[in-house]
Design a protein around this ligand. Sequence first.
Ligand code: NAD
Ligand code: ZN
Length: 260
Amino acid sequence: MGESEVYEDFHDIPENDAYEEASKLIKNHKGKVIAFTGSGISAEAGIPTFRGKDGLWNKYKPEELATPEAFRRDPRKVWEWYKWRMKKIAKAEPTLAHKVLAKWEERGIILGIVTQNVDGLHQRAGSKEVVELHGSIWRVRCTRCGKEYNLGFGNVPEEDLPKCKECGGLLRPAVVWFHEPLPARNWMMAESLFNEAEVILVVGTSGLVYPAASLPVNAAVQGKALIEINPEDTPLTSLSRVKIKAKASEAFKKLEEMVS
Ligand code: NAD
Ligand code: ZN
């Protein structure tokens, strides 16, 4: 059977075969596997996703909070929202999916992770090679002098408007907001991980946020195998070699047993 037929027919593959196919790809490409993760991998840790059912944006408008314009207009409101999110994340523990990925890095199965998440849960689970495409909620940056501060996981600023210790300027979360470019260095590190990879585990991402989503899209176009793990279908589904229609923890529990 040709590759194209595999692509076309994967929707009909029974669930067990999808796990079989995925674990075979992972084992056969040991050390050439990476993960590309989105907020869905942290959903089971109690951190709301942006989109989908129960998504954060159902209650809040992103354009009012996660943009440079919003921060200029009302920094207090933006900080209030970030501190609410930080407190939520501070209470969260890495899920089984985060933990399996960390274990797989240690065992040389995966090379690293490119994440769109800002929560720090991959590192907390023990992953070392993590590219944070959209920054981290646990870092802040001075809007006047540009100095960055590492707050450390769980340390939520106390002030309403946190200020820079060097120059007194207003600090902002060191995350990528809508209308902002991605940090060039992180983008290059992400590209180099994708270049080395043959198999990409695409976990809990809607595939709607660009340019991040162009990484798995380009990989698929180059003939690399995407394994999508997501209870819903996304624009990346039809580009994937294997689709595991399940929550991340459930999928990694089975895969861990089959890959070991
Ligand atoms: P998204 O919110 O757009 O989409 C989430 C996806 O996860 C959906 O496709 C949904 O079906 C899937 N999903 C939900 N529960 C799941 C589960 N248990 N297992 C597997 N998949 C599940 O997420 P995104 O694509 O990462 O969107 C991007 C933006 O949201 C990023 O820029 C990121 O910075 C930001 N964000 C980050 C966090 C975080 O750090 N935890 C939280 C919310 C949003
Ligand atoms: Zn400063």
